[in-house]
Design a protein around this ligand. Structure first.
Ligand code: DQA
Length: 142
């Protein structure tokens, strides 16, 4: 089963970006881990990252067309993008929301709301890179 792992803005700098919050694993390493975890779960995983909202909407629209399950870390868009909200609303296969940190436990009030959660079968937050494994396990079990 094909699965898309879609990562939003600033996640391309993983490993160098505020490692005390997001850890030291790079996006390339995360990507390789997701593919490997997917293989173990019988999933054909493709990982993508973009800093461009329209590109993310296009990918989500493609997943809606193809009925592809999605693991989504929408990063900052999580908290305010109604375009991402509307795109998630169109998905028919399972959507799992993932965050490396736990936005609900962070001090900025604006991180406490998610436009993705209303459409998600599950939310995995605060578990670092391993959260992606849990998200893939959720999709494999769905
Ligand atoms: C994040 C949490 C968001 O609040 C933040 O804007 C990110 C990353 C996470 O993975 O912890 O960019 O989605």
């Amino acid at each position: 089963r094909r699965v898309l792992v879609l990562n939003g803005p600033n996640l391309g700098r993983l490993g160098r970006r505020q490692p005390e919050i997001y850890g030291t694993t790079t996006h390339d390493e995360l990507s390789a881990l997701c593919v490997e975890w997917g293989l173990g779960l019988g999933l054909d995983v493709e990982v993508r990252q973009t800093n461009h909202e329209g590109v993310m909407v296009d990918w989500l629209n493609g997943a809606a067309d193809d009925e592809t399950p999605v693991v989504l870390n929408a990063a900052a868009w999580t908290h305010y993008s109604y375009a991402v909200y509307d795109a998630c609303a169109q998905l028919t296969a399972p959507l799992v929301e993932v965050h490396l940190s736990d936005p609900m436990a962070r001090p900025e009030e604006w991180r406490h709301h998610s436009v993705v959660t209303p459409h998600a079968a599950a939310v995995v937050a605060g578990r670092g890179v391993d959260g992606y494994r849990e998200a893939l396990e959720t999709i494999a079990a769905a």
